[in-house]
Design a protein around this ligand. Structure first.
Ligand SMILES: C[S@@+](CC[C@H](N)C(=O)[O-])C[C@H]1O[C@@H](n2cnc3c(N)ncnc32)[C@H](O)[C@@H]1O
Length: 218
């Protein structure tokens, strides 16, 4: 390399030998590469963190969403005793036909009823729970257990002979009115933990938080 070339190099204003200079000073290209690599790593970490945050939000949202609705009905699975009381109520009236569980959660009541031979359907707002319930029905080879992502206040109840509801106290008066206007005579309602406010049950099974009230539509 000539002396002129040495002086025109902006990195070499001391006119030193370029080889010796490269031993003590990292090249501009290396600097650029390092900076570029740093930027790519930062972008990679940012997209991983962002992706994780988005996935977490997507999983948690269906569980939080019911709390934002007019009537707050969280996911609280029925206890084993409660499910047994529902099955006892069903066998005590021997209703056939179609059964619907309003707010079916992880599908345990629908699956238990389907195992007893009922054509059972669960409506549930939480899409994760609907997916899980469908998977459980498939795994247990229960073709008579079906599920859909549906608002329980928008169901056509007249299609069902048995309605199961594990709700909350404040929704029972509204449901009672819906049942009264839509359910066909001699169909049955099974209310878990919270009774219908004005109807007279034909049977009460269990006690405490596992209590189940059985009603017949007049
Ligand atoms: C108390 S849990 C009962 C779960 C299930 N039936 C059981 O006994 O294990 C109530 C369920 O209703 C669902 N839910 C809340 N509001 C709803 C609505 N408007 N329509 C349908 N499902 C609803 C919740 O996501 C929750 O899974």
């Amino acid at each position: 390399m000539s002396a002129i070339e040495k002086t025109t190099n902006p990195e070499n204003d001391c006119n030193c030998d370029p080889y010796l200079l490269s031993l003590v000073q990292p090249s501009t290209q290396n600097d650029k590469n390092n900076k570029q690599q740093g930027k790519s790593t930062g972008l990679f970490l940012a997209s991983i963190t962002g992706g994780l945050a988005l996935s977490l939000t997507a999983i948690c949202y269906p569980f939080v969403a019911p709390a934002l609705r007019r009537v707050v009905l969280p996911f609280v699975p029925a206890s084993t005793n409660q499910v047994e009381n529902v099955l006892k109520a069903l066998s005590s009236v021997k209703t056939g036909g179609r059964l619907i569980d309003l707010g079916s959660g992880d599908g345990r009541i629908v699956l238990a009823a389907a195992q007893k031979g009922y054509q059972s359907h669960g409506v549930e707002l939480n899409s994760v729970l609907v997916g899980y319930s469908k998977y459980s029905a498939w795994r247990n080879k229960l073709k008579n257990a079906t599920f859909s992502r549906t608002d329980l206040f928008k169901v056509n109840y007249s299609k069902y002979e048995t309605v199961v509801i594990f709700g909350v106290d404040e929704m029972m008066p509204e449901l009672e009115d819906l049942f009264k206007s839509q359910l066909i005579p001699s169909s049955h309602v099974i209310a878990c933990r919270f009774p219908l406010p004005n109807w007279k049950p034909i049977k009460i099974l269990g006690e405490g938080i596992d209590t189940v009230w059985l009603y017949e539509v007049k």
